[in-house]
Design a protein around this ligand. Sequence first.
Ligand SMILES: Nc1ncnc2c1ncn2[C@@H]1O[C@H](COP(=O)(O)OP(=O)(O)OP(=O)(O)O)[C@@H](O)[C@H]1O
Ligand SMILES: Cc1ncsc1CCO
Ligand SMILES: [Mg+2]
Length: 263
Amino acid sequence: MELQLLNTLRDHNPIVFNIANFVTVQDVANGLNALGASPIMSAEVQEAETMVQIAGAVCINLGTLTTTQIDQIRVVGKLANQYHKPVVLDPVAVGAVPYRKKVALELLADFQVDVIRGNAGEIAALAGMDWQAKGIDAGSGQGDLVEIAQACAQQFQCCVILSGPTDVITDGQRVVKVANGTPLFQRHVGSGDLLSSIVAAFAAVSPTDVYQAAQVACLVLAGAGELVASQLTADRPATFAIDLIDRLSLVTVPEIQTIAQIN
Ligand SMILES: Nc1ncnc2c1ncn2[C@@H]1O[C@H](COP(=O)(O)OP(=O)(O)OP(=O)(O)O)[C@@H](O)[C@H]1O
Ligand SMILES: Cc1ncsc1CCO
Ligand SMILES: [Mg+2]
């Protein structure tokens, strides 16, 4: 895995244009900034073309969608394709809310995304596979996570990250698993939103190989979280979230390499 991409990202400080949700927007902005990217959030369709032009990549999060935002997303997605800017889609809660699934499928038919990043419930829903999602959480199911991720990637001709205790990253054929992380990620709302935006940041510095970018993003975030958790003496979700921001800014390639659990 090209972990040096972390240093490339810090050297280039790419602009990441986020259509964020209003729950976790500040965590996402601060997480990207700490890592070494330059976040910008916009909800205005009139400035969509400028946003896409100045950005290295776009992250579209469906977490708190509105009809106005869906119209903006459609315009932004098409512009990103036109300007060849990588697009990451975070299909928040499509496994639990049929309206969201319908919207996500319509958007996926309107423009090409490079990476879909969701939990098991979300990726299974998009792939049309059986799963019991629970709100924004992954929920439970019987299916094979690799098969579900591959089916989703093949259906939408893109890379898929199915995140969870082990992140499954696939381009539809090839598969890499990242087993790093900590259960504390699930105790902080928005860990997945941050991962999706970090994927966009790495895609901005690796636009010709977003599969590689997706892998590095998963390892860097999960690795940073694992390092934070190893220093915490108790179950402290708030402290974890704060320390994660610090760790994203301090973590080095050798530190991540030492703990990497990839297969
Ligand atoms: N039990 C766990 N052990 C280790 N790492 C985890 C665990 N659960 C989640 N993670 C990590 O948390 C990050 C976010 O993934 P997750 O699947 O929880 O996203 P999500 O469900 O979309 O979260 P949110 O809706 O809060 O944004 C990933 O980096 C993943 O590796
Ligand atoms: C809690 C919540 N509700 C809509 S989006 C969001 C943040 C996790 O994506
Ligand atoms: Mg999520």
